[in-house]
Design a protein around this ligand. Structure first.
Ligand code: CTP
Length: 389
């Protein structure tokens, strides 16, 4: 799912976050996309067109009448594989929702038949205003994609909704909406991710090498496709997508067991991606264990959360497990599929697994599909497969 040679038309409107569109342009350029930029008059008050032309090596447009092309709005609209308005002000969304075409960006949007992705960023009251919310609802109803803003300290001094999201999430959204829509809306998906750890004493623990990237990619992809996603996570090496419905930290297998059992019945799909510890110390020392003679640890088994959730499954619920293996990959995964009574298991070969690229085998009772790619692409493919179960 790369952006190589994808034609991205970047629309920059006049929000304070316009400077963040410069970083977005740079990330798009580095990922191989072709970029053309349209700036509104207000955006030109905030950032320079030279930033975009130098970074994207593409053209920057702002005027309907003073452009080298006599009909720029039609030709730019026809050129684009996707249009991304980042940041999107309340004003440009209001214009698009009402079919107003009084400058180059709004005219191009009216002429565009490719996917349109909005990245709203503004003051919390402007965002919450019913006029803005109604306009967003209209745009969504017409098939546009609108990314939720993040929450945090805003340029205006307020702390709330309306923050420009991390550009990593904008890039993931662009990749998603070039291929998918909100096809998972109405679904409630529970994903677990990361490496659980079991305390030995206040300083030491037993853990594993899972980065949590696979689970995060699945949660991110499902949420962008419109699902309500709850994430239960242990130790992970990346930022949690801000647009998930819920994210609960559960460091140990016992914490994860509690959280998953509490949430399970409220979800129609459960994807257990976390690397849950199979064993934990029989006793946790309350003080740091001091160095001395050789010692041994007594370990006891943890609860198999996946097996338990599968046993208690509600009607129509889909339960998906993972099997990270080094030997007899398919055989071991099939045994887990049957022992844990799953709808699907994803087998990973730990020997070939890379930081981002990976090979996965989706095994159900009816078929076996081998897939390769980056983790975000594999996440989308897994969601496609689950959709067909
Ligand atoms: N799992 C779980 N609870 C555990 C252990 C594992 O829910 N205590 C889940 C994992 O999240 C994964 C699946 O079970 O989806 C398979 O985990 P894995 O460690 O590969 O298999 P195990 O059943 O633990 O068997 P083994 O470690 O012997 O391969």
């Amino acid at each position: 799912m790369d952006l190589q040679d994808k034609k991205v038309l970047l629309g920059v409107s006049g929000g304070i976050a316009a400077y963040k569109a410069i970083e977005l342009a740079s990330m798009l350029y580095k990922s191989g996309a072709q970029i053309k930029t349209i700036m509104t008059d207000s955006a030109r008050e905030l950032v320079s067109a030279v930033n975009f032309s130098a970074i994207t090596h593409g053209t920057v447009h702002h005027s309907q009448f003073h452009d080298s092309d006599p009909i720029p709005h039609i030709n730019l609209a026809d050129w684009a594989d996707i249009v991304v308005i980042a940041p999107a002000t309340a004003n440009i969304m209001a214009k698009a929702a009402n079919g107003i075409a009084d400058d180059l960006l709004s005219s191009t949007l009216l002429a565009c038949t490719s996917p349109i992705l909005w990245i709203p960023a503004m003051n919390v009251h402007m965002y919450d205003n019913l006029a803005t919310q109604d306009n967003i609802a209209i745009l969504r109803k017409r098939g546009h994609f609108v990314l939720k803003p993040a929450t945090g300290l805003l340029a205006c001094g307020y702390d709330g909704k309306g923050k420009y999201p991390p550009n990593q999430e904008v890039i993931a959204a662009i990749k998603t909406y070039l291929h998918y829509g909100y096809d998972l809306s109405g679904k409630k998906i529970l994903v677990t991710a990361g490496a659980c750890s079991e305390d030995i004493d206040p300083m030491r623990c037993i853990t594993n090498k899972s980065s949590g990237m696979t689970g995060l990619s699945i949660a991110r992809a499902a949420s962008l496709r419109g699902a309500e996603v709850s994430l239960v996570y242990a130790d992970i090496k990346d930022e949690i997508p801000y647009h998930l419905s819920m994210a609960i930290l559960a460091k140990s297998s016992a914490d994860m067991h509690k959280a998953v059992v509490e949430l399970a019945t409220n979800h129609d799909t459960i994807i257990m991606c976390a690397a849950v510890s199979d064993y934990k110390p029989l006793e946790v020392a309350q003080s740091k264990i001091k160095k001395g003679n050789d010692i041994s640890l007594d370990l006891i088994q943890t609860v198999d959360i996946l097996k338990e959730v599968s046993k208690r499954r509600t009607s129509g619920q889909k339960i998906i497990g993972f099997a990270a293996e080094t030997d007899q990959i398919e055989e071991n995964a099939r045994e887990k599929l049957s022992r844990k009574q799953l709808d699907l298991i994803v087998a990973n070969d730990l020997v070939v697994a890379g930081k981002d690229h990976s090979e996965q085998i989706f095994i159900s009772n009816t078929d076996t599909i081998k897939e390769k790619g980056d983790k975000f692409t594999l996440a989308h493919k897994l969601l496609d497969r689950i959709n067909k179960l």
